[in-house]
Structures are given as C-alpha cells and as structure tokens.
Design a binder for this molecule. Structure first.
Ligand code: RRO
Length: 312
C-alpha cells in the first residue's frame, strides 16, 4: 500500500522520523538513521548557538521495563554550526529537519537568522517545548511569548519551518494555541514533546532515578500514547489545512501509527522506542502498518488519514 506524506515541497517516501533528541546528536547517529530503508527523514537534536554538555548524569532512565522513559538531558548538543555543517556536507535523498531550541527569546531569533542566512534548504523545526533546562519554562505554555516569538520570526524567516509543541491537557488551551499558530505560515506542527516534569521513584533506594531537578523530568514512551493522540487530534481539528502534523509520543507498533494517522498525522516520529530498538524499528512499524492496511482493504493512507470516527 501507499504510505507516503507531503509537507510543503517535501515528499516523504516513508512515514517515520526519529523524535528529536533520540539517535540524532552525532553525525554518525544521523547517518545510521539514513542508512535504514524505512526512515522517512531525519530530525537533528535540538541545537543551541553554542555546544552544551547538558545536565549531570544520570539524566535518562527507563520506566517499567520500557513502558516509559524519564529524561532531563538538558539540551546536550554540538551547537548549530555542527548540524548545519552536516546538513550542507552532502546531498540527502530524504527530507531533513533541523531542530533548534534557544534558551532565550534572543537566542531563538539568532538561531533562525543564522539558518535563514545559510545555504540550508531543508525544513526547520523550532522547539518551543523543552522541559529540562533549569530555570527555563516550556515556552509554548506561555501563549503571549509564543505569539511574540513567532511574530518576530516571520519578519525575516522565509524558509520552511514548523514548531514542536508540549502536550496540552485542556481543550481551551488547544483553542488558544491553534488560534496563534494559524496566524503564521508554518509548514508543520509536531506534537508532542515529552510530558514535562514527571517523577519516577526507586522503591528500594527510596530515591529519585535521575539527578537533575531533584528527579523531575520529561516522560515519554508507551505511557504517553493517549496524550499524544489527543494532541494530534485536537490540533488537527483546529489548525488550518496548510499546517501539516507530525505525531509523536508513545509509538511502539503499527497499530499506534495507524491510530496517529486516523487522528490526522501526516508523519510520525518515534523517540523512546527508537532508543530501545534502533532504527530497524521503522521497518517493523512500516510492515505492521502495511499489514493492517491490507487487512482493512486500504491501498493508501490518504483513504483514512484524519478520518477518526466519533461515537454517533
Ligand atoms: O534535552 C532535553 O533535555 C530535552 C529536550 Br531539548 C526536549 O525538547 N525534550 C526532552 O524531553 N528533553
């Protein structure tokens, strides 16, 4: 069956991306993702202007035998130039998404100015939802600041760009963020980032499991699937059609991918489970999705994308 997607001028021959942060901090990671047949495209680790070591270890922990993860990485990355160098070093046969996450208003603007002034012609994603930089709130929970940043960005940024959002939990918040995003020529919205500031506890040691922020960190993995589905569904119902959606959060099977597509996702990205299985996971997810489609008699994802049914 046909399992492809289109975002602006970019054609994705496969539906699967890595979630930013997972398997994408080094050039070698990114090459390994690209070497895999069912990879639809690659997303780089969110970059800051300068390289960062991130938070102290331990800063990542698997929860309940892989059913979830908690992280407080703290934006470890090699700096914008490293990722730009990589993306400009060769030609890619799959679309690329350059993720950036400034730790201040001005840094976000400067990151995007440098991308605008570079020769990079791929997609960009502004991460408005990092939960783990000490003392910095998740920007997209502050609607006024989000509106201000995007207003400033689109004064000069003319390349394809989308945003990565945190999960929302109130229908009024979906209305508010969608109203803001719809004012701008964004090419995509990627939902969700990790569920911020969760806590996991080791009963034997009576202690938290990660060091930064007294153990508080972003939750990912299977346990956030319902939240991810809800965010994609709620935003798809509210965003203008020209804004495509990348569904992220809790995918471990072809069924989960099918569910995101029903909610209206154009593409999906995989974080926690990619960390567990390596890029080969995309081949498994693609064959599981294909089997579901064949079983149901679908020949293209376009036949059911966004067509989630309500009861009555
Ligand atoms: O690096 C991180 O701690 C991190 C980031 Br920037 C993010 O956007 N989401 C996340 O779960 N961790």
């Amino acid at each position: 069956p046909q399992m492809t997607a289109q975002i602006g001028n970019f054609t994705f021959k496969h539906l699967f991306l890595n979630a930013s942060g997972v398997y994408c901090r080094t050039k070698q990671n990114l090459d390994d993702l690209l070497d895999n047949q069912a990879t639809g495209g690659i997303v780089t680790k969110s970059a800051t202007l300068r390289s960062r070591k991130g938070n102290p270890n331990p800063r990542y922990h698997s929860i309940l035998n892989g059913a979830g993860s908690i992280n407080s990485m703290g934006l470890p990355n090699y700096g914008l130039q490293y990722y730009l160098d990589y993306l400009l070093s060769k030609s890619f046969d799959k679309p690329t998404i350059l993720s950036v996450a400034g730790t201040s208003f001005d840094e976000n603007i400067e990151l995007l100015k440098q991308i605008q002034d570079s020769d990079y012609q791929g997609m960009t994603e502004l991460n408005l939802s990092c939960p783990n930089v000490v003392g910095k709130p998740q920007i997209a929970y502050d609607f006024e600041t989000t509106n201000k940043i995007l207003t400033e960005v689109f004064k000069f940024f003319k390349k394809p760009i989308g945003v990565k959002l945190p999960p929302y939990f109130d229908l009024n918040h979906f209305d508010q963020i969608a109203k803001i995003l719809n004012q701008f020529p964004l090419d995509h919205v990627n939902s969700i980032n990790s569920v911020g500031n969760g806590l996991w506890i080791d009963i034997e040691t009576e202690s938290v499991v990660i060091k930064p922020k007294k153990g508080f960190g972003g939750i990912g993995g299977k346990m956030v699937l319902p939240t991810g589905l809800a965010n994609v569904r709620a935003l798809r119902e509210r965003l203008k059609p020209s804004i495509k959606m990348i569904g992220t959060g809790g995918i471990t099977s072809g069924k989960d991918v099918f569910a995101y597509l029903l909610c209206g996702a154009d593409l999906v990205s995989v974080g926690t489970q990619l960390g567990i299985e390596s890029p080969k996971i995309f081949n498994r997810l693609e064959s599981e999705l294909a089997a579901i489609m064949v079983e149901k008699g679908y020949t293209s994802v376009n036949e059911f994308r966004g067509k989630l049914k309500s009861l009555e």
